[in-house]
Ligand binder design. Structure first.
Ligand SMILES: [Zn+2]
Length: 313
């Protein structure tokens, strides 16, 4: 395959470099090497080629009715809507990645959620990070999920203004909220962060929020009154520069696969267990075998509808 050596080279650089810059690099290399126009003509293949190489270069959504097909980590998105680059209470960041696409339910959510966030002192609204690609699907880097237009990363950095230029949106960095590898929040964490995460968790469209363990435990300590919203806030790796909001499958999207609901309760004990393991890591198992490398997801691994999403106008 002609494209392979160049692609392999860019993947090699991916390992050495930072994730965000190579996101677009490998996409561009691939499109250039294959000679494919990036938006209008899409190659649909079931030959075992990684699906991220098919979905990554596509620049526009499919002209289809909006629908999420499959699961958050194995699926695609028909009829995606683009989050406007700037709205009254948000800005989409890293526009060059072209990942500000989602199910219309996600766009609606971000509009109302960012308006709530803008009520917090010091928050003009939200800086919105990665959502999905124009047709969803696996990404060339950075995420296992975000495939069906129902996931969005929200920056922890309080937006002081919403008139950033495109260049500023490429170069500005979010800020980390963690201390001690995520066992605790640091001094940048504020009541407003908690209020904003609580607002997201209280929205009926939201299924889960992922954030680093120390933040969950801090919110468990600080929550007063109703604690039911804490159930949706789940500890996860990373997620200290941003938190991740995941919507439930929209009603009517019949092949969209919801994640099993979080266990009953506020999940605070579970989060304390994560913190304990960060502070006192269990000794490595001397008999552990390295996990076999997972073969990349191919189009054949995705719901059948994803071939038509990819091939549609
Ligand atoms: Zn995410």
């Amino acid at each position: 395959m002609k494209a392979f050596p160049i692609l392999a080279l860019s993947l090699g650089l991916t390992l050495a470099g930072c994730m965000s810059t190579t996101t677009t690099t490998s996409g561009i290399d691939y499109a250039g090497a294959s000679g494919l126009p990036r938006a209008t003509k899409v190659r649909v293949s079931t030959s075992g080629e990684p699906a991220k190489q098919l979905f990554g270069p596509v620049e526009s959504p499919s002209a289809q009715a909006p629908e999420s097909f499959g699961s958050y980590s194995k699926g695609c998105l028909a009829g995606a809507e683009q989050l406007p680059e700037t709205g009254p209470t948000w800005q989409a960041m890293r526009l060059s990645r072209n990942r500000n696409w989602g199910h219309p339910a996600l766009i609606d959510f971000l509009e109302r959620f960012s308006a709530r966030a803008a009520q917090q002192p010091g928050w003009a609204g939200l800086y919105v990070g990665d959502m999905s690609q124009p047709r969803g699907g696996p990404m060339s880097s950075g995420h296992a999920s975000h495939q069906i237009g129902l996931d969005a990363d929200i920056w922890m950095l309080p937006p002081s203004r919403l008139n950033l230029t495109a260049t500023e949106r490429e170069n500005l960095s979010s800020i980390s909220m963690r201390r001690a590898n995520g066992a605790y929040v640091n001094a940048k964490w504020t009541k407003a962060h908690m209020a904003i995460i609580k607002a997201a968790a209280s929205d009926p469209a939201v299924a889960r929020i992922f954030v680093f363990p120390g933040a969950k435990v801090q919110m468990c300590k600080d929550a007063r009154g109703d604690r039911s919203w804490l159930r949706k806030v789940r500890p996860w790796w990373g997620h200290h520069y941003h938190f991740h909001v995941r919507l439930a499958c929209p009603a009517g999207d019949r092949t969209c696969v919801d994640q099993a609901p979080p266990p009953p309760g506020d999940g605070c004990k579970d989060a304390e267990g994560w913190v304990d393991r960060i502070l006192n890591p269990p000794p490595p198992d001397p008999n552990a075998k390295p996990a076999p490398a997972k073969p990349p997801t191919t189009l054949a691994d995705l719901p059948a509808q994803c071939a038509s999403v990819l091939g549609a106008r």
